[in-house]
Write a protein that binds this ligand. Sequence first.
Ligand code: HEM
Ligand code: HEM
Length: 224
Amino acid sequence: MYDLVRGPLVWVAFTVFIVGTVYQVVRFYSLSRKNPQFRLIKPTGGPPKKEDPPAEPVLTFGQRLRLSIAGTNPVMTTVTTVFHVLLVLTPFFVLGHNVLWDLAWGISPPSFSEAFTDVLTIIVIAGGVYFLCRRLFMARVRAISSTYDFVILAIATAPFITGFLAYRNIFDYDTVILLHMLAGEIMLVAIPFTKLVHMPFFFINRFLLVHENTFGAGGSRIWR
Ligand code: HEM
Ligand code: HEM
């Protein structure tokens, strides 16, 4: 069982994650089309022309910030930013992971110290607890929460909880590390096929689709 979970299942999980994500991106392209007609209109300066849309009030950066999610909900914005940065970054620098890379491929990427990784892991778990409490105790968030949201939260945090338990030798190590590897594999496989697909879709939505919240050049595609 251990050999299966540590060996072939890891590769199955990575393959499903990569192929599934590519599939979702290709699907996005097949379900959308280029449409220069709807490009965002950027102010060009000069006197207004008859065909220009009605002028909107120009807000200062400070005013825009106060109206944004960072201004209206600064705690959530901070927690989610720290949670996401650490969730994506930490696994690449776990000594236990990089030892496995070394054993399999002879490459040893840089790792954080185990004590530092442990702190980052606790911060990610704390972020998960914050999201859980919001969904349980804030009426307006609970109203739009279903079992699915709790399952997704569990899938996202389980690798961190079990990794933490393994590192601290809490409970039987062999069982916990097996659960950890399974939890990591479930998370990878879940990304392309659950709402965790927001990982690639965040970028698609913000950079490729035309709408008032697109970043960068303003996007150039619309849904078919
Ligand atoms: C896919 C297969 C995976 C394998 C084989 C694996 C293996 C391991 C091993 C051997 C350790 C060291 C435990 C110890 O120190 O005794 C570890 C720790 C850890 N793993 Fe994984 N892991 C996997 C996936 C993941 C994923 C997907 C994540 C998160 C996204 C993750 C997050 C962590 C963290 C944060 C720790 C350190 C916990 C701490 O030090 O407090 N792992 N993992
Ligand atoms: C790297 C690109 C990613 C971006 C840009 C991103 C962005 C977002 C955004 C905008 C939200 C909605 C609001 C919020 O809670 O902040 C969100 C929620 C969430 N994300 Fe991500 N995400 C990414 C990757 C991931 C990954 C890899 C996972 C886990 C596998 C994950 C797990 C979650 C969870 C669990 C929530 C919901 C928290 C709740 O219950 O309220 N995200 N993400």
